[in-house]
Design a protein around this ligand. Sequence first.
Ligand SMILES: [Zn+2]
Length: 75
Amino acid sequence: MKCTVCKNGETEKRTTSITVNRADSFFIFKNVPSEVCINCGEQYFDELVTSKILSMAAESAEKGTILDIKEYRAA
Ligand SMILES: [Zn+2]
């Protein structure tokens, strides 16, 4: 797809690592599917991917986990 930030580049599918911060907890998710602009490097995440990650982070935070590295898994 066309990048909406620089309006110049095309995005390509990649997997990336992202950090999510919930209250006092930090989570790193690996192998997250994303689209990355080859021009400016802006990352785009699918709505489903985003909500999945946020709910995984919220679940762990509720269990009292303060730092964790997780592998992203599609539901
Ligand atoms: Zn761009």
